[in-house]
Design a protein around this ligand. Structure first.
Ligand SMILES: *Cc1c(COP(=O)(O)O)cnc(C)c1O
Length: 369
């Protein structure tokens, strides 16, 4: 599904130099590379402040901690996502409230927001899933109208853009109050362990997040607020500074790979290829098919036998998971998420796939249905 060894070979010289410098300096926590990376990433995504932290999950938790929400406050998100999105809401004693996703983009159906609004609603947490953006223009105007915070989960969508009706373009994670991203190794911008970051527009809020990520400490051993130990390692920052310089090139390789898959599979009735809505670009963190009227399990097994890995993101929506049973949702509440969980299949997607590998994959897909 990913080829991290191949990507390392491609960047070996740059990475080894960069990592070597950190090893010689021995400044493993809060070294100068961390701040340099924050500045470079802020300029890349187009946001005033970036605060690096220890993971995408921590970024989401820090974002919600910094907004001053009270236990029982409601945060609206989707059940068709990675667990972190919902986990952090629940961990903080807030209440996750779900709306369904759109069948074509796999992202939040923003037309459903109105129907879940209550006096306790405080924030919306849209997820830019698989590298495609949520329809942010109506979401932002809804949030503004009702005085709600917006925290974007951009863990899968670094570099993707929303195109607004006046033609302006904004990158995923830079439109809400706070945007969160992950540098987990398999993400589009991945490090060699765990890492994450928050994109923050407001300077005061950015300062608060920065303090919170370091035990709530501004002056040594003086604690302003309850915080976390959530910092990005200097070694990871060194890796990310190298990879950030290649991110545009990597995104364009992903897009070419997606275009090859789509042109080979598009006309086949058994497959629905990923859609790109007019308001979004796509950075293809995943290339996810919907299967129509064929058995996913048997296709997956046949591909596996041909040496082709595939994955199901995600096999069970969060409202039906045991851990979130206390929310009181039941089967049938989010029919689109439930249907997608049955029929999605993600193909290998990374920066090292050759034309021959892609052709081999599509050939096998068509042959085995
Ligand atoms: C990866 C991911 C996260 C969590 O990031 P970690 O760095 O693994 O903690 C959160 N949300 C989504 C949608 C993700 O894909």
């Amino acid at each position: 599904m990913v080829d991290l060894q191949g990507q390392y070979r491609r960047l070996k010289e740059e990475l080894d130099t960069s990592l070597g410098e950190v090893l010689s300096s021995a400044r493993f926590v809060r070294g100068p590379e961390v701040h340099a990376f924050e500045e470079e990433l802020a300029s890349y995504v187009g946001t005033p402040h970036v605060v690096a932290c220890a993971s995408g999950t921590d970024a989401l938790q820090l974002a919600l901690m910094s907004l001053g929400l009270q236990p029982g406050d409601e945060v609206v998100t989707v059940p068709f996502t990675f667990v972190s999105t919902v986990e952090v809401i629940a961990l903080l004693g807030l209440k996750p409230v779900f709306v369904d996703v759109c069948p074509d983009t796999f992202c939040m159906d923003v037309t459903q927001l109105e129907s879940v609004l209550t006096p306790r609603t405080r924030a919306i947490l849209p997820v830019h899933l698989f590298g495609h953006c949520v329809d942010m223009e109506p979401l932002l105007s809804f949030a503004r109208k009702h005085g709600l915070f917006v925290v974007e989960d951009a863990c899968q969508a670094i570099g993707a853009e929303v195109v607004f009706s006046d033609g302006t373009r904004r990158q995923a994670g830079t439109m809400g109050d706070i945007g969160c991203t992950s540098f987990f190794p398999s993400k589009n911008l991945g490090c060699y362990g765990d890492g994450g970051a928050l994109f923050v527009r407001d300077e005061v809020l950015a300062d608060k997040v920065r303090i919170m990520a370091n035990h709530g400490m501004r002056e040594r051993y003086h604690y302003e607020c309850i915080g976390l130990n959530s910092r990005l390692d200097t070694l990871q920052a060194a890796v990310l500074r190298v990879k950030l310089r290649h991110l545009d090139e990597f995104t364009s390789i992903r897009r070419q790979t997606a275009a090859e898959y789509t042109s080979a599979l598009d006309h086949h009735p058994a497959f629905s290829t990923p859609m790109i809505a007019p308001y979004s670009t796509h950075v293809f963190h995943q290339y996810t098919l919907k299967l129509n009227g064929i058995s996913r399990q048997s296709l997956k097994e046949k591909l596996d036998a041909a040496g082709i890995p595939t994955a199901v993101y995600y096999p069970k929506p969060l409202h039906l998971q045991e851990a979130y049973g206390h929310l009181g949702y039941k089967s049938g509440d989010f029919p689109v998420s439930e249907r997608l969980a049955q029929c999605v299949l993600s193909l290998p997607m990374h920066t090292e796939l050759s034309h021959e590998q892609i052709q081999y994959i599509v050939h096998n897909l068509v042959q085995h249905i």
